[in-house]
Design a binder for this molecule. Structure first.
Ligand code: TYD
Length: 219
């Protein structure tokens, strides 16, 4: 008799990386292949979290607020998404694949935007949300990694209309974000890096292997 999938088998996987890393292309390929997986994204993913997204991502006033406020807003959107979508989906036996997660807050707010004073609040927030409140933390982070120059050039080549205010940043910002993802992996042991300079097809195969190796999805 086939083994029934238990709730404990459901996994929460975060896909992350610099803008221009090809993360979006990989997620689209996974969406086509795995229709039963719940796909979501940060910031946003529920009606209320999408409202927070509009503030932190699209409202220029966010840029005028404090780094701590922006940091808290990303965590507020995350708590909403965990409570209303991620945890219930896992409980219903589904895998959840998220486009970005707390790894982005670490890489962007602390490293990219150079707010080292947020390092200790970051780990306090992780403790609060994932341990004290007990939300499920990601079982795996897949980070698409490539040289900052390549990612920056890809975003610049994508042209004006597709860009948001996060995309007009300079090369040194990308370098810091890349270092941020690497440092995140020094603190959290469930992070794997993918070489995002390979072709989309090659990367897709490597992602599928990484998921299969961890018994998340068999191809
Ligand atoms: P989005 O249009 O969703 O971009 P992408 O397709 O690159 O994910 O914009 C999200 C932007 O928000 C992206 O530049 C990264 C940034 N971000 C943070 O700065 N901190 C965070 O915690 C998260 C989740 C995203």
């Amino acid at each position: 008799m086939a083994k029934m999938k238990s709730v404990a088998d459901s996994k929460y996987v975060v896909f992350d990386g610099m803008d221009g890393s090809g993360k979006g292309t990989q997620i689209e390929l996974l969406k086509k292949k795995f229709p039963d997986v719940v796909f979501t994204y940060e910031p946003g993913g529920t009606p209320f979290a999408d409202e927070i997204r509009k503030i932190v991502r699209d409202n220029p006033l966010a840029g005028k607020s404090t780094p701590l406020n922006n940091f808290l807003l990303f965590w507020a959107a995350r708590e909403e998404l965990l409570h209303n979508l991620i945890v219930p989906s896992l409980q219903s036996g589904k895998h959840v694949f998220s486009d970005r997660g707390d790894s982005s807050t670490f890489a962007y707010q602390i490293y990219g935007e150079q707010n080292s004073e947020l390092m200790s609040p970051f780990f306090e927030m992780r403790k609060l949300v994932f341990e004290k409140v007990g939300r499920q933390s990601p079982h795996l982070y897949i980070v698409f990694d490539l040289p900052a120059e390549v990612a920056h050039a890809r975003v610049m080549a994508a042209g004006g209309s597709k860009r948001n205010h996060f995309d007009t940043r300079k090369l040194d910002y990308y370098e810091r974000v890349r270092a941020g993802f690497r440092n995140f992996a020094a603190h959290v042991d469930t992070v794997v890096f993918m070489d995002a300079e390979k072709t989309p097809e090659e990367i897709h195969e490597i992602v599928l292997r990484a998921l299969a190796m961890r018994n998340i999805l068999a191809t």
